[in-house]
Design a protein around this ligand. Structure first.
Ligand code: ATP
Ligand code: MG
Length: 394
């Protein structure tokens, strides 16, 4: 990327510098909010009239990700373009990238979109991951190694929040699961004995500057992130360093520009294994808005605009609770508003709702970050918040 796109400046076409984002979900919304705070004009492309990011951006182009007219409009309005959603077709990013700076680039996003390519990239970067096999044909299914069972069959593409995954105990279950998933290309991963889960978010600039957030410890429920704690309470300093080094290696070997999250498993024997990566800010980094001097979205803005990257600093300990649509229903299944007044009476409570109209079980409606001067307090207050909301303790 060439000269920085300075906020509030005017582009060659005489119009204000405008940052565009493909995808209008909550990640796009928080990107737009960070960009606006710095003075950028923003534009979102998303087909949904009620998209969380479309509702806050200066401009919302309502079109599909492969709609030529929509892409042309996005290109025309934007000085640079990013994506909030790894399932944005890489072809669309290629089209855009031919005319405008696009970060992350189509090639990096394409690797993250395909679980087989992603794992090959981990291995090529010297980062260990779960043993796996690609299953695209009935023959590959039949000849899969015994040591991969019991395992998890995951669609190679388009999975998120544990969707497109089936746990399989034996070969019969594997064959049935592949049928259930429509015989699309899949990876079979060995089921690993997890002790805990971590993630590391890095930001890399076009000039190679690489900064990172502290290691996050994540708790998933039903395949969906439920709780993130920072600093990671159960992780040694050596393991933290190893996780950061792995994430940096992955970003560097992709020549990545933008914000990248690498998710890890820590196995019961203490081994670190990469799970997957996301070419964008990540749910496990939302705490950074309230607990760091620069959030993951601020760094996404900076990498996209070609601004300098300074290492973010954690100024508070934090616990983030994801707020899923389930909280909008009482035990009888009647719709309710969660008890925000009580939750907001807690010290260090930061509520973020994404402006989604319809609450549904499992739908990410918002998150709550509890910040405190020390980890014990953050955790104790977060447990109080969880109890008020009817969430399980952690
Ligand atoms: P997201 O995109 O929301 O992170 P996803 O749908 O891509 O989720 P994964 O991260 O692959 O799904 O898996 C979801 C969860 O399932 C993991 O966080 C972990 O708890 C569990 N899991 C996945 N793979 C394995 C494995 N090989 N062994 C044990 N547990 C696993
Ligand atoms: Mg995951």
């Amino acid at each position: 990327m060439s000269a920085a796109l300075l906020p509030g400046a005017t582009g060659e076409d005489g119009r204000p510098i405008t940052l565009g984002v493909m995808g209008g979900g909550q990640l796009g919304r928080m990107f737009v909010q960070a960009a606006q705070e710095m003075g950028y004009v923003t534009v979102v492309l998303d087909p949904d009239a009620a998209s969380p990011a479309g509702a806050v951006a200066h401009h919302h182009i309502r079109a599909g990700y492969l709609d030529e007219q929509g892409l042309a409009q996005l290109m025309q309005r934007s000085s640079a373009i990013t994506t909030e959603f790894e399932n944005v077709p890489a072809a669309a990013l290629l089209t855009l990238g031919a005319q405008r700076p696009v970060a992350p680039g189509a090639d990096a996003v394409a690797v993250c979109q395909d679980r087989d390519a992603e794992k090959r990239h981990f291995r090529a970067s010297g980062v260990p991951c779960a043993p796996w096999a690609l299953i695209e044909t009935a023959e590959q299914l039949a000849t899969v190694a015994d040591e991969l069972l019991p395992g998890i069959l995951k669609t190679a593409r388009l999975g998120y929040d544990g969707k497109g995954q089936v746990r399989v105990a034996d070969r019969a279950a594997l064959a049935a699961a592949w049928d259930e998933l429509g015989r699309v290309p899949c990876v079979l991963e060995k089921m690993l004995p997890l002790a805990l889960e971590l993630s590391v978010i890095v930001a890399r600039a076009a000039d190679g500057t690489l900064v990172h957030f502290p290691v996050q410890q994540n708790l998933h429920r039903d395949g969906i992130l439920a709780v993130t704690q920072v600093p990671a309470p159960e992780v040694s300093e050596a393991l933290r360093q190893q996780a950061v080094q792995c994430a940096q290696a992955v970003a560097q070997s992709l020549r990545y520009v933008g914000v990248l999250c690498v998710e890890f498993f820590v196995l019961q024997d203490g081994t670190l294994v990469a799970n997957e990566m996301a070419p964008r800010p990540h749910n496990s980094g939302h705490y950074s808005i309230d607990a760091c001097d620069q959030s993951q979205f601020d760094l996404q803005v900076r990498t996209l605009a070609g601004l300098p990257l300074a290492a973010p600093r954690l100024h508070s300990c934090a616990v983030m609770l994801n707020l899923l649509g389930d909280l909008w229903f009482d035990a009888q299944g009647t719709e309710r508003t969660p008890p925000w007044a009580q939750v907001l009476a807690l010290p260090g409570a930061h509520l973020h709702l994404y402006g989604k109209a319809g609450a549904r079980p499992g739908r990410k409606m918002g998150h709550l970050t509890i910040t405190a001067a020390d980890a014990a307090t953050a955790r104790a207050v977060a447990l109080q918040a969880a109890a008020l909301l009817g969430l399980p303790a952690f």
